[in-house]
Design a protein around this ligand. Structure first.
Ligand SMILES: NC(=O)c1ccc[n+]([C@@H]2O[C@H](COP(=O)([O-])OP(=O)(O)OC[C@H]3O[C@@H](n4cnc5c(N)ncnc54)[C@H](OP(=O)(O)O)[C@@H]3O)[C@@H](O)[C@H]2O)c1
Length: 274
C-alpha cells in the first residue's frame, strides 16, 4: 500500500486523509490537532462543512510546518458561476488563514437539492472550473479537482477546459465500489479519493465484514479503511473520538488478493443519510 500518490501535475498527496464533515467549527481545531498528532498529514474540509476557521486554527496550532500538511477544501455545490466560485476561493483562504490550499474541488456537479437529477449543469461547471483554473495558475491552490463527478461530468471538463481534473472524490466503501469510475479515473490520470470509507458508520455491523476483520485481527473500521487504500485510492475516514482517530491510522496489515476480490464483489445499499 502506498503512503503517498502523485497527481498528474507531480504533486504528492498522502493517501490517508482526515475527514471533517459534521465536525463543528468550535470542535474542529482540537480534532485536527489530535489527528495531526496521531500522524495524519492530509486534512479534508469544505466550505459546506462550515468549519474552515477551526480547521485552519488546528493546522496552525499543531506545530507542524504548513508545507508538511496537505489541505483540501471544496467550493459549495450551489455556486455554479465563475464569480461565485472565484469569490468563494478567496473566502476559503481567508477562513483557513492560509496563503494557499493544496487542493480545491467542485463539491458536486449539481446543487445538493438536485443531486442525481438529469440536469448535469455542464455549462455552469465549466464556468466554475475556470475559476479553479485561474486560482491554480495564480498559485492560490496547488491542485484542482472535482467531487461526486460521474464519467459524463468528467468528460465535460476534459473536453472543454484547459486543465484536466487531478482528483475525483467519490463515495466508495465495502459494499459500494464504483469500479468503472475508478478505472476511468486511472485511465485519465485522475486520482480517485474514497469518501465515507466506513459508509458513514453504517457498514460497521455488517456480518461478512466483521468476520473478515476478525480473520485479520483488526477492527472493522481498520479493514474498511485499508480496503479503500488497497484499491489504490485515497481514503478519507472521519472520526471525532480520539480513540477512533488513533485506531484508524494503525493499518499495518495486508488484505490478500482473494479477500480483496471477495470484498469488491459485495454489493449492498445503506441508508446513507438516515
Ligand atoms: N465530497 C463529498 O461529497 C463528501 C461526502 C461525504 C463525506 N466526505 C468526506 O469523507 C469524510 C468521511 O466520510 P463520513 O464522515 O461520511 O463517514 P465515515 O468516515 O465512513 O464514517 C464516520 C463515522 O464512523 C465513526 N468511526 C470512525 N472511526 C471509527 C472506529 N475506528 N470505530 C468505530 N466507529 C468509527 C465515526 O465516529 P466518531 O466521529 O464518533 O469518532 C463516524 O460516526 C467526511 O468527513 C468528508 O471529509 C466527502
Amino acid at each position: 500500500m502506498k503512503k503517498e500518490l502523485t497527481l498528474s501535475n507531480g504533486n504528492i498527496v498522502p493517501t490517508l486523509a482526515y475527514g471533517t464533515w459534521l465536525i463543528k467549527n468550535s470542535d474542529a481545531s482540537k480534532c485536527v490537532k489530535n489527528a495531526i498528532e496521531a500522524g495524519y498529514r492530509h486534512i479534508d474540509t469544505a466550505q459546506a462543512y462550515r468549519n474552515e476557521v477551526g480547521v485552519g486554527k488546528g493546522i496552525k496550532e499543531s506545530g507542524i510546518s504548513r508545507q508538511d500538511i496537505y489541505v483540501t477544501t471544496k467550493v459549495e455545490a450551489e455556486y455554479k458561476s465563475y464569480l461565485e466560485a472565484k469569490k468563494s476561493i478567496d473566502e476559503s483562504l481567508k477562513k483557513l488563514d492560509l496563503d494557499y490550499v493544496d487542493l480545491i474541488l467542485i463539491h458536486c456537479p449539481q446543487p445538493w437539492d438536485e443531486y442525481g437529477s438529469p440536469n448535469r449543469y455542464f455549462k455552469e461547471n465549466i464556468e466554475v472550473w475556470k475559476a479553479l483554473e485561474e486560482a491554480y495558475l495564480q498559485g492560490k491552490v496547488k491542485a484542482i479537482g472535482v467531487s461526486n463527478f460521474l464519467k459524463e461530468d468528467l468528460e465535460n471538463i476534459i473536453n472543454h477546459c484547459q486543465i484536466k481534473p487531478m482528483v475525483n472524490q467519490v463515495l466508495c466503501h465495502i459494499g459500494h465500489t464504483p469500479l468503472e469510475l475508478i478505472k476511468y479515473c486511472k485511465e485519465h490520470e485522475i486520482i480517485f479519493e474514497s469518501y465515507s470509507p466506513m459508509g458513514h458508520a453504517k457498514i460497521l455491523d455488517n456480518k461478512e465484514i466483521n468476520l473478515m476483520a476478525e480473520k485479520y485481527h483488526v477492527s472493522v473500521a481498520q479493514l474498511c479503511i485499508k480496503y479503500t487504500l488497497q484499491l489504490d485510492t485515497i481514503s478519507i475516514p472521519k472520526a471525532q473520538s480520539l480513540s477512533h482517530i488513533i485506531e484508524n491510522t494503525k493499518l499495518d496489515f495486508e488484505i490478500s488478493k482473494s479477500d480483496m476480490d471477495k470484498l469488491i464483489s459485495l454489493d449492498f445499499k445503506i441508508n446513507y443519510l438516515e
